[in-house]
Design a protein around this ligand. Sequence first.
Ligand SMILES: O=C(O)CCC(=O)C(=O)O
Length: 307
Amino acid sequence: MSITTSLPQLYSFGHELEMDDDKVGLLRNSADAKEDIEELHRRFDEDGYLYIKGGLDKDEVMAARASLTDGLAAAGVLDENFPRIDGVCKPGSGYVFKPELTNNNPAIQKLLYSGNLHEFYRKYYGEEVRHYDFTWLRAIGPGKGTNPHCDLPYMGRGTHKHMTCWVPYGDISFTLGGLMVLEGSHKRMDLLENYVYRDVDAFCENKPKEVEAAKTGKWTFSGTLSHNPPAIRNKFGKRWLTTEFEAGDFITFGMFLVHASLDNRSENRLRISSDCRYQRASEPIDERWVGINPPGHTTAGKQGRIC
Ligand SMILES: O=C(O)CCC(=O)C(=O)O
């Protein structure tokens, strides 16, 4: 039996994914090679990602989830008729982006920036590592997930060899909708090079329209590669790869890999995940994501250039 006949119909950004074997598949689990750094490098070069099933301590992940669902309850996002830990949201809560829930949050800081994960990157890079101070926290209610993009346009002012680490806080079924990556896309510079080196916060000082957009926040380039996951897959020609994630899993990938997420087709549950970034300590870092209150994509992060 083919892999995909056993998968349910998957959806992303409001589109049905094409479910043929050559259009969708499962992520390769690299937990077997976790201690074999040479093999991890080989797989990362080949696949553009490493999916480490059970790479984190499940109890720590669930403790972190509890801290997040408490924070989401305090922010009024949860339906308090249910236990907070279940992450049942109020109707229409949509795509909640709350990075502030990760600041001064010992459970999150410990999970993401010490212990197993820090050690994983230290061994992988073979030298001291550092991470961005900013942590992206997403709690996605029923509806659309994230559209296809690469990460570099959002964080390309330092090294380009840093890695994203995506962590699910709890099990994420196909219905709840986890991350998906576009197979082999990191090698398709022929299709990416006019997109991937653009900076979402850069504008041309010598173009009045762009200066105006910078002032008013009406940004022209959002960093999105496509709003149509099946169409972009068709262009790149390979498969969307995903899985049903469990608490304790993580997936790490580079700046050039096209990724997106499945839609949340549950009735009322939040899909909760974070994404953070690690890099070699010796390499330059993108200052938008450093400090107690990083500028990020605010006006302070905008950069005028002559172009
Ligand atoms: O969690 C998601 O839906 C998207 C995550 C993402 O784009 C990232 O980790 O870079």
